[in-house]
Design a protein around this ligand. Structure first.
Ligand SMILES: *[C@@H]1O[C@H](CO)[C@@H](O)[C@H](O)[C@H]1NC(C)=O
Ligand SMILES: *[C@@H]1O[C@H](CO)[C@@H](O)[C@H](O)[C@H]1NC(C)=O
Ligand SMILES: *[C@@H]1O[C@H](CO)[C@@H](O)[C@H](O)[C@H]1NC(C)=O
Ligand SMILES: *[C@@H]1O[C@H](CO)[C@@H](O)[C@H](O)[C@H]1NC(C)=O
Ligand SMILES: *[C@@H]1O[C@H](CO)[C@@H](O)[C@H](O)[C@H]1NC(C)=O
Length: 274
């Protein structure tokens, strides 16, 4: 008699159970939505990346029989190059979005503001040529590729001792601040070329924002997961109307000796530009 008639333990329990299962269902739905959103934005092309490699190459070259994996640059056929542009746009977009969520401050190559736990990667210093507006150069036959440091390889680069010249390979003796940067060099070798250029066997290689991976942005120094792995956009500028070009890029660090048969610091691919 003291209690209102609606107060019935059984009924309350049932209501409670209903509420709990409703909350659980909602939680599961939210988790699924977040997971889908993350897999779409944070890890573009995660299905094609091989975790054993030190560097990811975007776009992924196609495999052909008896040929170096090849990025086909077909100027006249937007259906072919738009796929590459899409891959690179997705990569840059993922950086922008993730950056907004985790980074706290702008840092430069030598300097991070005191108390900063994560540096935002200087995406705005990537060459204007390597942007979606300019189709990453694919419509003009001056293609850009992105190299992304693989933070999951568990590899920790060790700088060369720059006060000991014998320690530093001749290819990177000039023009690199070896305490600040893990250099990346790319060499082109033109197999076949024809066309407009005054010198058809030469490609100019342009790196941005840095010609390598700055140690400052490597996620393994200190705060794993709080920074985005460094990224290099590399543009290959040539004047050819048609070219078959082999590209050899190398990552340089003291604990990455060059090895002709099995070189984990090498990234080899080719462009077929028509
Ligand atoms: C941009 O690309 C053009 C060729 O399309 C080239 O002449 C120019 O030097 C490039 N600019 C930079 C900053 O690499
Ligand atoms: C770097 O090389 C200099 C000159 O050979 C040597 O004195 C110094 O100990 C080396 N430093 C390291 C960290 O190996
Ligand atoms: C690039 O090629 C030139 C000439 O073929 C060579 O001297 C240089 O060492 C090469 N650089 C790399 C990093 O392989
Ligand atoms: C191409 O350039 C190289 C040096 O950069 C020069 O030795 C060569 O003669 C040039 N070839 C032509 C066809 O202009
Ligand atoms: C180069 O790689 C091969 C195959 O993995 C290995 O047997 C060899 O010891 C390596 N050489 C050097 C100098 O690291």
């Amino acid at each position: 008699q003291d209690f209102p008639s609606t107060w019935q333990p059984a009924r309350r329990i049932i209501t409670f159970m209903g509420l709990v299962s409703l909350i659980c269902t909602l939680l599961v739905v939210v988790i699924i939505i977040i997971a889908v959103a993350l897999s779409k934005t944070a890890h573009p092309r995660s299905t094609t990346l091989k975790p054993s490699e030190l560097v990811y190459l975007v776009p992924q070259p196609r495999k052909f029989i008896n040929r170096t994996p090849t990025i086909v640059v077909h100027r006249q056929n937007p259906r072919i190059w738009q796929k590459h542009v899409e891959d690179l746009s997705t990569l840059v977009k993922a950086y922008r979005e993730r950056q907004g969520a985790i980074a706290t401050s702008n840092c430069d190559l030598h300097y991070a503001p005191i108390g900063v736990s994560s540096c935002s990667f200087p995406l705005d210093r990537i060459s204007e040529n390597c942007s979606a507006q300019n189709n990453f150069g694919y419509d003009t036959g001056n293609p850009c590729v992105g190299l992304v440091f693989n933070a999951f390889a568990g590899w920790n680069p060790i700088p060369y001792n720059k006060s000991n010249p014998d320690d530093v390979p001749v290819e990177i003796r000039n023009g690199y601040d070896l305490q600040q940067i893990v250099p990346i060099t790319c060499n082109t070798s033109v197999v076949v070329a024809s066309g407009s250029s005054e010198n058809a066997s030469v490609f100019h290689v342009h790196y941005s924002p840095f010609s390598g991976f700055p140690y400052r942005y490597l996620p393994l120094r200190g705060m794993m997961g709080s920074t985005l792995p460094p990224l290099v956009m590399i543009q290959f500028i040539g004047g050819q109307s048609m070219a078959d070009v082999e590209v050899n890029c190398f990552l340089w660090a003291k604990n990455l000796p060059r090895n002709a048969t099995n070189d984990p610091g090498a990234i080899r691919f080719s462009f077929f530009i028509v």
